[in-house]
Design a protein around this ligand. Structure first.
Ligand code: HEM
Length: 680
């Protein structure tokens, strides 16, 4: 067995106090300090290359675990089957994902650590993890916890007769729970995405209640009114990128298992000693009952049950509002021994949800189809493009993976294309900044959190991307490059994709402007549509300081890299498009002037107000230089300012770091890898 392990080092410098010119700078600085000041950290991650796990053996071990005769005392299998418990584990591990910034999800398996493991919604899932521990030890580093958790949940569905589309392996474990701090509850979350009323949390948070996966099962703010839960369910599942069909289909997993709340003393007080929470003292959510009479079999009875009865709320043995069945007038009794939660009953109190419930109650095949696709999406979308999936059971690329077309057989002669770009740039010194900015903006959608975005696909050519304010003027720059695209994109001589041309042109532009030469590796392909809306530049930040740090994290850049890339070519034309009166440079030189300019000037806010991420500033002495709070965050932020100073005083250092950061940034989305001998 071949085991590979990689150590990823991410060192974030500790901040020191720094100047902050905001009117409310003190409060903001405190929030930012809480958000980011932490010990220097070394994150180690282990992962496998997919070949080293004997998947069939592992799946057999997992199935054996479900119905093993030695059900563990710390969590005896309900109904003689651990399957439902593991479905919940995989769902809670994956369901933390949010489209707003790509954070959350089971890639990283942070459910093993605080804060996620301490969420009330993840009660007793430490026991599910404990049940998996022997398998993790057996397969070792070759198998990540993330893959083990999702595969176990998926295998559970299958072993109980449910539909499964496939399995995308390749998750990489985080070494700690740091990556989930922004999911809350934590000062980091409060700084980035505050939720003044827990239970009413809004975008960019994924959940309506911090500490729960999506919504409060008892009802909005624990008010047991099913109609009140409908907006919460639709809103929070929507923030995960799920539509109504997918939402109702996924909740249909309540075909399986039960809720735990038989003990009236509440969590922590039920039972004692090592068997605390065991048997009749079991307490997780505080609700008690099961949704169907066959909780270890895949059926659409959950939907049929919702429709067959009227539902009456009452306070269950765990002291919480839940719902019991009441026979409809004239219906033969007795009613089944089942229960529902407020959020389940809610699915019958909205006309659109009700229609889907009726469909799935009548048509198991329709339910199967929705569920298997939605489950795969739920558990795999934080993995990014299908090219990141490994293992024997990867299904064809799915729509949510926004697949790219296959790469062509033969690629263009990139050396000749380089020469053509260089002569285009020589024709007008202003072209370099425009072309370099195009490449930067094209690549800047990349998110290291869910591996989406990037310039591969050249989606910047289409809406919505081309209409984002940061991309103003993109059509004109594409126009500049069109003759080169036509010249080199010929059937005989190989394909020059727009994506390769944009990155190559930006790379050459940096060199022409005096930057160090960087390696360009081709093989990108073109999509035929734009990006998903949620990849648009994030505008929800409360301050430029928070934006600067958070964008860096989401893009997967180190502070050194993020500050270096801020020194990229800027042009007067672009400043004009942003509404500014003048630029500090003519955009023809890639040097460290940007940094000395930031440090050497006093800056005054346009209209006297600039407290948001997009605030605009003039140079005090003359109004010709114009920057935004994103630029000034670099000198306001104690983490970034020393780097700005280092670049301002040492041009070579800046150029080296810029070249390295540029190469990393342009290739961050190349999970397909450069193809063959295509680097120049
Ligand atoms: C169990 C709520 C959606 C799968 C539970 C429990 C609650 C709950 C309160 C009981 C936990 C316990 O006391 O042990 C909700 C709410 C949802 C939701 C409010 C959304 C509105 C889902 C989804 C899935 C799922 C989308 C899977 C795709 C399960 C399973 C169990 C469960 C399998 C049974 C676990 C066991 O038997 O130990 N859910 N759930 N749920 N949930 Fe959900």
């Amino acid at each position: 067995m071949r085991v590979t392990a990689a150590t990823l080092a991410l060192v974030l410098a500790r901040g020191a106090n720094g100047g902050c010119p905001f009117a409310n700078g003190g409060a903001q600085k405190d929030g930012v300090r809480q958000m980011f000041e932490h010990e220097d950290r070394l994150l180690t991650s282990s992962f496998n290359d997919g070949d080293s796990v004997p998947w069939d053996e592992l799946k057999a071990d997992i199935v054996n675990l479900f119905v093993s005769s030695d059900s563990q005392d710390f969590w005896p299998a309900d109904f003689g089957h651990y399957g439902p418990f593991f479905v919940r584990l995989a769902w809670h591990c994956s369901g933390s994902y949010r489209t707003s910034d790509g954070r959350g999800g089971c890639d990283g398996a942070r459910i093993r650590f605080t804060p996620e493991l301490d969420w009330p919604d993840n009660g007793n899932l430490d026991k599910a993890l404990q049940l998996l521990q022997p398998l993790k030890l057996k397969y070792g580093d070759a198998l990540s916890w993330g893959d083990l958790i999702v595969l176990t949940g998926t295998t559970a569905i299958q072993s109980m007769g449910g539909p499964v589309l496939g399995f995308c392996a390749g998750r990489i474990d985080d070494a700690d729970g740091y990556g989930s701090l922004t999911l809350g509850p934590s000062p980091e979350q409060e700084a980035l995405a505050p939720c003044p009323v827990n239970g009413d949390c809004k975008f960019p948070l994924g959940q309506t209640t911090v500490g729960l996966i999506y919504v409060n099962p008892e009802g909005h703010l624990s008010d047991p009114v099913p109609e009140g839960s409908v907006p919460d369910i639709r809103d929070s599942f929507g923030r995960m990128g799920m539509n109504d069909d997918e939402t109702v289909g996924l909740i249909g997993a309540h075909a399986f298992g039960k809720f735990h709340g038989a003990c009236s003393l509440g969590n922590g007080l039920c039972g004692s000693g090592p068997l605390k929470g065991n048997g009749s003292n079991t307490y997780t959510s505080g609700f008690e009952g099961k949704w169907t009479e066959t909780p270890t079999l895949w059926t659409n009875d959950y939907f049929a049950n919702l429709l067959e009865y009227d539902w009456e709320k009452y306070v269950g043995p765990g002291g919480k509002f839940q719902w019991r069945p009441v026979l409809k007038p004239g219906a033969p009794g007795p009613a089944a021994d089942i229960q529902m939660l407020t959020t389940d009953v809610a699915l019958t109190r909205d006309p659109d949800y009700l229609q889907i419930v009726q469909e799935y109650a009548a048509d198991l095949d329709a339910f199967d189809t929705t569920f298997k696709n939605a489950w795969y999406k739920l558990t795999s979308r934080d993995m990014g493009p299908v090219t990141r999936c490994i293992g024997p059971d990867v299904p064809p690329a799915q729509p949510f993976q926004d697949p790219l077309p296959p790469a062509p057989e033969q690629l263009a002669d990139f050396g000749a294309a380089r020469t053509a770009v260089a002569s285009l740039l020589a024709s007008d010194p202003a072209h370099a900044a425009a072309v370099s900015a195009l490449a930067y903006n094209c690549a800047s959608t990349f998110r290291a959190t869910d591996y989406l975005g990037g310039c591969n696909g050249a989606r910047i050519r289409f809406e919505p991307d081309k209409y984002w304010p940061a991309n103003a003027g993109v059509d004109q720059v594409l126009q500049l490059l069109t003759p080169i695209k036509a010249q080199f994109d010929t059937a005989n001589n190989g394909v020059l994709s727009w994506a390769d041309l944009i990155v190559l042109a930006g790379t050459v532009a940096n060199e022409v402007a005096g930057g160090l030469g960087t390696t360009f590796c081709g093989g990108r392909v073109d999509a035929d549509h734009g990006s998903n809306d949620f990849l648009a530049p994030r505008t929800y930040y409360s301050s430029a300081l928070i934006a600067a740090r958070d964008n860096m994290q989401v893009m997967g850049l180190t502070p050194i890299e993020a500050v270096a890339l801020s020194g990229r070519l800027r042009s007067p034309e672009q400043v004009a498009l942003m509404g500014g009166p003048g630029s500090y440079s003519d955009g023809t030189a890639l040097d460290n002037t940007y940094f000395s300019m930031l440090l050497n000037e006093m800056w005054e806010p346009v209209d006297g107000v600039a407290t948001t991420a997009l605030g605009q500033y003039y140079r005090a002495a003359s109004q010709e230089a114009f920057v935004t709070t994103s630029d000034l965050a670099l000198i306001w932020d104690p983490l970034f300012k020393p780097i700005v100073e280092a670049y301002a005083t040492n041009r070579e250092f800046f150029q080296e770091q810029f070249a390295a950061a540029w190469t990393k940034f342009m290739n961050a989305d190349r999970f397909d890898g450069p193809r063959g001998n295509v680097c120049t």
